[in-house]
Design a protein around this ligand. Structure first.
Ligand SMILES: NC(=O)CC[C@H](N)C(=O)O
Length: 229
């Protein structure tokens, strides 16, 4: 599996995801600066977490207008897998590759902790190495993670299997106590219709090796390698 990681001014999880990808594939991913318009031919494009453009205007709004994003959108439309983590999820919604928006957390505070998630759909290259309804723990670190979409969009994402991960209690229950940021329907991660694009607020690359204290994110990368090699 060949991968590329896009780097914006203010990205801060690009190196972490490069390390995870290198471990999983045995090869360093390409890193592509946001001003570049040529992307190498790859099987996976990662839009990493961070604070692109200092989160000015709205998180992800300016990065979505970067020259490289035109090519990312074109590749996504051609079926190349695209994964946006945290700020990357915000950028993918701003680029309209995923429906809805990420608003300020309901509690108006930056949240930095590990959360429980339930895997909702394993029929994708991103989630095939998990079990359906498996509860996993990934770290979150954001102030704009409150997923919102109008009622019609929410009905569509629910009815068509676009929800990838939901915030839950440690027992796997969806309720307000398991939802750290007020996200609609406790949505933590979302696919596009074809499940070739994934955006998620929690960070699988920060739960990749024993030194992280948790390896629940590893299956995302090993599953991608299995599906795309
Ligand atoms: N870790 C991140 O990617 C931070 C995301 C985003 N800039 C926020 O705080 O909402």
């Amino acid at each position: 599996m060949k991968a590329a990681v896009i780097v914006f001014p203010g990205s801060n999880c690009d190196r972490d995801v490069c390390v995870a990808l290198e471990h999983a594939t045995g090869e360093k991913p390409a890193t592509v600066w946001h001003r570049d318009s040529d992307l190498p031919k790859v099987d996976l494009i990662v839009v990493p977490g961070g604070f692109s453009y200092g989160d000015y205007l709205r998180s992800g709004a300016m990065a979505a207008q970067s020259p490289v994003m035109r090519e990312v959108v074109a590749r996504a439309k051609a079926g190349v897998r695209v994964m946006g983590v945290c700020n990357g999820f915000q950028i993918l919604t701003e680029a309209r590759l995923l429906p809805g928006v990420l608003m300020r957390n309901a509690g108006l505070k930056f949240i930095c902790r590990t959360v429980d998630l339930r895997v909702e759909n394993t029929d994708s290259a991103f989630t095939s190495a998990y079990d359906k309804d498996q509860v996993v723990r990934f770290p979150v670190a954001h102030h704009d993670g409150n997923y919102f979409a109008d009622a019609d969009t929410l009905a569509r994402v629910e009815d068509t299997g676009m929800v990838a991960f939901r915030y839950v209690t440690p027992d796997g229950i969806v309720d307000a106590s398991g939802n750290p940021n007020g996200s609609a329907n406790s949505i933590a991660g979302l696919f596009n219709e074809k499940r070739t694009v994934l955006g998620l607020m929690p960070h699988p690359e920060r739960a990749f090796e024993p030194l992280h204290g948790n390896t629940d994110g590893r299956a995302m990368f090993t599953g991608l390698v299995e599906a795309l090699s």
